[in-house]
Design a protein around this ligand. Structure first.
Ligand code: 1HN
Length: 360
């Protein structure tokens, strides 16, 4: 009997019959001694008809997660952990520190008085603030105070440390591209000699330089990452509010804006597409799917998300993931604001991004 692609689920996708394979096993074993392997045994698993990410739809209710963050604080210090992060692991990819094959997501908690020591790495990171007020992150010698809903960038290979001088814990979502860096075997990291990197710039210096529709006259673009490393929520929230009055909503995204690098007009980060969206009360988005698996962090509002066959409620501080090529809809009971990130920008650079609007 011919075994076809769709009948197999084991990753071994023969284009040939299993019976005929028996007579070839000795050849395969012999070939293996010369580091040779037959492509025809794996071809359709390597080059699939459609995306097969292995990631499955998943969601993390903040009410369920928060006690684990608290318990982690009792069990380990930031000094010992370096970063006290609980990884949001996709249940379809257990033990791999992945929320999708290409994306890392984790929730980091830092207590009053703690410092997460300075280090740098090739992987770029984003922070999206979930709980607390007034802790700081220092990036390349400039401190930024963080508030709920702020989006903060740690560009590749920049020294960064975090500290909490407030009187409450602070929690944020960490999104990193290290899985992409690692598949390209391009990872480096190092610790800073001291716990904290010296502060060399005034707070707000980057905002003055690049955040006011002005640039220093001889400004030179130094990297593809936005020099604005903090995008405060009060600014993005107001933009969404005004946009919702100025434009018609999009049937699949309602009001969705991507964070950009104001110096280049390109995406804020070279490897991660980041966005903030408003789904107005009572609105239900049309089904949408794309090849860019996407992580969501809910800021405001409640509603229902349907991701493939999985339906769940979402509310503030919840997280969920929509894997590549899985259709999803959002229905808001109240005005809902969601932050999201994906690897879309990489796919666009490679000319491989695909999306389908509606029930296509
Ligand atoms: C990292 O350096 C941070 O700097 C957070 O806060 C999360 C997850 C994996 C690897 C490095 C940080 C991280 C991380």
């Amino acid at each position: 009997m011919m075994v076809t692609t769709s009948e197999t689920t084991d990753g071994l996708v023969p284009t040939v019959s299993r019976e005929a394979e028996v007579g070839r096993m000795a050849f395969y074993e012999k070939a293996r001694t010369q580091n040779l392997a037959p492509l025809w045994r794996v071809l359709h698993g390597l080059v699939t008809d459609e995306p097969r990410s292995g990631a499955i739809p998943a969601h993390w209710d903040y009410a369920a997660v928060r006690p684990y963050l608290a318990e982690a604080c009792d069990l380990i210090s930031t000094d010992e952990a370096e970063r006290r992060v609980l990884v949001l692991e996709n249940p379809g990819l257990p033990g791999q520190s992945r929320i999708t094959p290409s994306l890392f997501a984790g929730l980091q908690i830092i207590l009053p008085g703690e410092v997460a020591p300075a280090h740098r790495h090739v992987a770029s990171a984003l922070r999206f603030i979930v709980e607390g007020s007034g802790a700081y992150t220092a990036v390349a010698g400039e401190k930024t105070v963080m508030e709920v809903g702020d989006f903060v960038i740690t560009p590749s290979w920049t020294w960064h440390d975090h500290g909490n001088h407030s009187d409450k814990p602070m929690v944020w979502l960490d999104g990193l591209d290290m899985h992409v860096v690692n598949i390209l075997s391009a990872s480096f990291r190092e610790n800073y000699a001291g716990r904290e990197h010296p502060v060399t710039r005034e707070p707000g210096a980057s905002f003055a330089e690049a955040g006011c529709n002005l640039l220093p006259v001889d400004y030179k673009v130094a990297s593809q990452t936005s020099p604005l490393f903090s995008y405060p929520y009060r600014v993005s929230r107001e933009a969404l509010d005004r946009l919702s009055r100025a434009r018609d909503l999009d049937s699949c995204h309602a009001f969705k804006m991507v964070y950009i690098n104001p110096v280049t007009g390109g995406p804020a980060m070279p490897t991660l597409t980041t966005a903030i969206q408003l789904v107005p009360k009572g609105f239900s988005t049309e089904p949408y799917r794309s090849t860019a698996g996407t992580v969501f962090s809910v800021v405001e509002g409640k509603g229902d998300a349907t991701v493939g066959n999985v339906r769940f409620r979402f509310g503030p501080k919840d997280h969920f993931v929509v894997p590549s090529w899985v259709p999803f809809t959002l229905l808001a009971d109240e005005d809902a604001v969601l932050f999201s990130y994906s690897d879309r920008v990489i796919q666009e650079k490679l000319d491989i991004f695909r999306e389908v609007r509606g029930n296509g």
